[in-house]
Design a protein around this ligand. Sequence first.
Ligand code: ADP
Length: 191
Amino acid sequence: MSEKLNIVLFGPPGAGKGTQSTFLIEKYGLVHLSTGDLLRAEIHAETELGKAARELMDAGELVADHIVIGMIKNMMEAHLEAKGFVFDGFPRTRAQAEALDAMLNAKSEPITCMLALEVPEEELVKRLLGRGATSGRSDDQDEHVIRKRIREYEEKTAPLKDYYQAQDKYKGINGVGSIADITTRLVQAIG
Ligand code: ADP
């Protein structure tokens, strides 16, 4: 069995994945892989990929599977020494989940578990509009775009619950409460 701790941190936009990733990577010495952060770095660097991604992100739509899968593959190859990864915002579609399993199974380092932060929609919208007021993230400033992202999540990403449940790896976590309380729940679920 692999000793590596590979966690999929799952949940809708605004569920707190980025915040909780920070604690998990410190506590367990893991590498954080956020496709949202990687895409925003491409936008910042004004690459061709960044320009194409920005249009989709600003419309609240998903970026093409092959792009995000390629980014994750490169980052995993750049961190062969890692004790494990926290995947944040990835996988978001079934094709991404299958590609991730193929990459990890080839190394006999499978996903340990999916930790799914559960938060009601109205709370998500409130949190994201609050973040948009201070973070400068354009996709957080428009309620229409926020609701579109939540719809995309429900249609394309939420079904991954079944994918991981079938592997007995899904763990639902109450994502409402203080940041510290939610961290405690995640640590307990990791066991
Ligand atoms: P949030 O989950 O809060 O919406 P992210 O930073 O994870 O924020 O993602 C922002 C945007 O980046 C998404 O709305 C989507 O357009 C794009 N994106 C991020 N990760 C993926 C992915 N795995 N597949 C496709 N698109 C992605």
